[in-house]
Design a protein around this ligand. Sequence first.
Ligand code: COA
Length: 181
Amino acid sequence: MFYRYIDIEMQLCLLTKDNAPALYELTTRNRAYLRQWLPWVDGIQKPGDTDYFIGACLKRFATGEQMTCGILYQNQLVGVAGFNRYNYSTGTAYIGYWLSRDKSGRGIMTRAVKELEQIAFNEKGMNKIEIHCAVENTRSRRIPLRLGYKEEGQIRGAENLYGRRVNHVIYGLLKEEYLQR
Ligand SMILES: CC(C)(COP(=O)(O)OP(=O)(O)OC[C@H]1O[C@@H](n2cnc3c(N)ncnc32)[C@H](O)[C@@H]1OP(=O)(O)O)[C@@H](O)C(=O)NCCC(=O)NCCS
């Protein structure tokens, strides 16, 4: 099973069916908070929906299409981070993340993203990481900015958040920039 020790209080682990009850509870507890920025929240209505989601992620992990990890903080599941997809032709990995509201503001996601960078560049042989954030999602945008990603532009009408169409800002980090950082 994929497991990464980040530091004494934080680890990343591939989500498996064992995590389904805790992930469902976390999603339900943070529903209103996550709904501001994530389009899939209303699709999770019963525990089986989370179970199905994890099963689909595991299949796509096995085929090398994505990697979806749980974030363990003080031995509790507090969020999700990983590669939503890879483009093997360009060597680009696309990071996505979310965290329980009560655990934000502690640098948890910045630490998780740094670990994902190591995996992408040093283990998966990727050449670039992209993070796409809604323009108004300032907390999310602060993560790539803090880590020295370059703003590459915007995609208009990139996402439909329950009828609210938002533009995305794209942040990118090349391997050479990662090595210089
Ligand atoms: C966006 C989101 C992931 C940010 O999570 P987070 O853990 O708070 O983000 P960070 O890791 O950047 O934490 C930064 C904060 O921790 C503080 N911090 C403490 N220790 C730190 C450390 N070691 N390293 C970095 N920051 C640290 C920073 O000062 C900063 O505080 P501030 O928010 O008051 O400025 C979270 O708010 C979230 O899940 N939002 C809803 C879903 C969402 O928007 N997902 C992204 C869609 S693109």
